[in-house]
Design a protein around this ligand. Structure first.
Ligand code: PMP
Length: 443
């Protein structure tokens, strides 16, 4: 970290007034007194008052190899001095380099990529492609899924608070989320429930569409939904059902990709299913804006209309992605996430056993959630306690996130290069924050 910031409280007030006056009011930062961040390295960030925080949320699972990783900083700096922008009307080395690395890492025959600037655009590209490839226009998504902020993707998203439009667009239907903690069939949820979740998907296709869906769009682990891990077997069945109806399987790996789920490069590989189209963003370029849609030859070839993304695949973002992928491969992020994930998971299970308002600790790799409830029997979501915990972690010098339909799930997803002692320090801070919340009896 560099020298301490000398910014005075008046500057903070001026900044916050500027935020309130010039930005859309819907762009709301975390915390009663929002953090103004000015510097970050690895898993540490510093605010404008010079206070340091251990970051277990990584800019929403995006600084996948840590803030300001030198390999990325150097690659981007070099690229900026050499060639900053061309548009996709010209061929550039970095784009081909990144696309070929993705073809190597992605499952099976997914070898062709289209680059955009966000997860939202990557999902838009995937759904448009599925419609062109199948000649159909109805799409199924899962309840509690999150897929972006555009008109199409807010409609795929199944959380009322994230859907801004006065009415829904036609042709998008939602099937049940395979959410074991809140399984409507059986508690505890087990493999027998998978058939029932799958049956619901079938029924949605049979009763709420024309029976000819273009695609099912699903996250492997629902991110904004609260790190919901489906029961084993769900995705095999879902793939069979959507393909049986003639549609494509679009898997959104925006949060779960690049080794985050531990042991595999992509979440869907845990269930042995090869998607038809895969969507990635967030962690692929360690914070640079990159969205990727990857698919098979014949599906990519079905996009015959003209298209262009001015900034998509630009040399600077692609330099960041190439450097990030190189580090992820060298460091073996799937293995690192699996190892650190065991450490994190065990600690969170212990915390859940200590506090009866933590209904469940769940996750895979370095993607773990705590379901905050009003009691172990009633299991009602308790968003106010989740907010109290978020504030308490800030007091303890720790950054985490929230999620879940009611904002009642704590989300933890640090850099995949986090060291064992750094993660231990984060767990200690989290445990102290939980004890604070317990003492205060926050409601
Ligand atoms: N899909 C998933 C699973 C996401 O979590 C997000 C972002 N939270 C998106 C798509 C949209 O990505 P972006 O915010 O980059 O547009």
């Amino acid at each position: 970290m560099g020298p301490q910031s000398t910014i005075a409280p008046a500057d903070r007030q001026r900044l916050m007034a500027g935020h309130d006056e010039f930005l859309f009011p819907c762009a709301r930062p975390y915390y009663r007194s929002p953090l103004v961040l000015e510097e970050a390295h690895g898993v540490w960030v510093k605010d404008m008052e010079g206070r340091e925080y251990l970051d277990l949320f990584a800019g929403i699972l995006t600084t996948s190899i840590g803030h300001c990783h030198p390999a990325v900083t150097n690659a981007v700096t070099r690229q900026m001095a050499q060639l900053g922008h061309t548009s996709t009307l010209y061929v550039t080395r970095n784009q081909i380099d990144v696309a070929s690395r993705i073809a190597d890492l992605a499952p099976g025959a997914l070898t062709r990529s289209f680059f955009t600037n966000s997860g939202t655009e990557a999902v838009e590209t995937a759904v448009t492609l599925a419609c062109m490839s199948t000649g159909r226009s109805e799409v199924i998504a899962l309840k509690l899924g999150y897929h972006g902020r555009s008109m199409l993707t807010t409609n795929l998203t199944a959380h009322a608070p994230w859907r801004p439009l006065p009415s829904s667009i036609a042709g998008i239907k939602h099937a049940m989320s395979p959410y074991p903690y809140r399984c409507p069939f059986k508690v505890p949820c087990d493999e027998s429930c998978v058939d029932l979740f799958a049956r619901d998907l079938e029924e949605v296709i049979e009763t709420t569409t024309n029976g000819r869906p273009a695609a099912l769009v699903a996250e492997t682990i629902q991110g904004v939904g609260g790190f919901v891990v489906p029961p084993p077997g769900y995705f095999q069945k879902a793939a069979e059902i959507i393909r049986g109806a003639g549609g494509l399987l679009i898997i959104d790996e925006v949060q779960a990709g690049w080794g985050r789920s531990g042991g595999h490069w992509f979440g869907i590989e845990h269930w042995g299913v090869e998607p038809d189209i895969m969507v990635m963003a967030k962690g692929v370029a360690n914070g640079f804006p990159v969205g990727v849609t990857t698919t098979r030859d014949e599906i990519a070839g079905s996009w015959t209309a003209k298209t262009i993304s001015t900034f998509g695949g630009n040399p600077i973002s692609m330099a960041a992605a190439a450097a990030t992928l190189e580090v992820m491969i060298q460091e073996d992020t799937p293995a690192r996430s699996a190892a650190r994930g065991e450490q994190l998971g065990a600690a969170l299970q212990e915390l859940a056993a200590r506090h009866d308002w933590i209904g469940e600790a769940r996750g895979m790799g370095l993607m773990w959630g705590l379901e905050i409830v009003d009691g172990p029997e009633s299991r009602r979501p308790d968003p106010s306690r989740a907010v109290a915990l978020l504030e308490a972690t800030k007091e303890e010098g720790l950054l985490i996130g929230t999620g879940g339909l009611k904002g009642h799930v704590i989300r933890i997803g640090p850099s995949m290069l986090i060291e064992e002692d750094e993660l231990d320090a984060g767990i200690t801070r989290l445990a102290r924050a939980c004890a604070l919340v317990e003492r205060r009896g926050a409601r």
